[in-house]
Design a protein around this ligand. Structure first.
Ligand code: ZN
Ligand code: FE
Length: 260
């Protein structure tokens, strides 16, 4: 299988996964760039996967479905353009020869799902929408910090070689924040330099690799003593709050929300 990041709007990627002359699209916020990519590559659309209800993820669903007849799959608990097949944690789809596992990852939105392809070659693939970004995570709009931490914990437990297909190119701004949290993290410094080079060439920084994220992403490292201490200091957490994983994670997210 081949992964194609179709740029849209100012910083979205609409992911296409291609097998032979067919493709699946994830989160088509806009139909036009997807239709162009399908035409350019000579592909027919086999299915549309949706992670959550935000307009930049579903805006092109109706037009694409009408243009291609592709079946739409989306989170059971969210308002996705009908008709769609509702999916939730534990569901498995078979698409283009791949097993697709559905994971509930609430936090950014209340019913957000992710799609995991454990048998993809050369390594597993995760489409995580706005839950996990390279160097960051989604804002908590509808869920709670406890839900978001739990969702990220479950994504972090996937195989280290997993290719993480995030829905936005937010990497450099996320890494600026990550360096404010952990200025002495040498893996982070190295990764920043690599991503700066990619962006300078006009290339996506994605997919990210999960085991790299575990080394550099503060939101996957909220229990690391260095991150915990930096957050405690920044937010003025009490000794008791510092021992509370959710309190530390919530303060880290709040810090990022206000970071410029
Ligand atoms: Zn979103
Ligand atoms: Fe988004």
């Amino acid at each position: 299988m081949k992964l194609i990041a179709v740029p849209a709007f100012s910083d979205n990627y609409l992911w296409l996964w291609q097998q032979d002359q067919k493709a699946v699209v994830v989160d088509p916020g806009d139909a036009a760039p997807v239709l162009q990519a399908l035409a350019r590559e000579g592909l027919t659309l086999a299915a549309i996967l949706v992670t959550h209800h935000h307009a930049d993820h579903v805006g092109g669903v109706r037009e694409l479905r009408l243009a291609t007849g592709a079946q739409v799959f989306g989170p059971a608990r969210e308002d996705v353009p009908a008709p769609f097949s509702p999916v939730m944690q534990g569901d498995q789809l078979a698409l283009l020869g791949q097993t697709v596992q559905v994971l509930d990852v609430p936090g950014h939105t209340a019913g957000h799902v992710a799609y995991f392809l454990p048998d993809a070659a050369p390594s597993p693939v995760l489409f995580c929408g706005d839950t996990l970004f390279s160097g960051g995570c989604g804002r908590i709009f509808e869920g709670t910090p406890a839900q978001m931490l739990d969702s990220l914990d479950r994504l972090a437990a996937l195989p280290g070689q997993t290719q993480v297909c995030c829905a936005h190119e937010y990497t450099l701004s996320n890494l600026r924040f990550a360096l404010a949290v952990e200025p002495s993290n040498t893996d982070l410094q190295t990764y920043m330099a690599k991503c700066q080079q990619l962006r300078a060439q006009g290339s996506p920084t994605l997919p990210a690799q999960l085991d790299t994220e575990l080394q550099i992403n503060p939101f996957l490292r909220a229990r690391h003593p260095r991150v915990r201490q930096a957050v405690a200091q920044h937010a003025g957490l009490s000794a008791h709050e510092q021992t509370d994983d959710v309190a530390v994670f919530a303060a880290l997210r709040e810090w990022k929300n206000n970071f410029r």
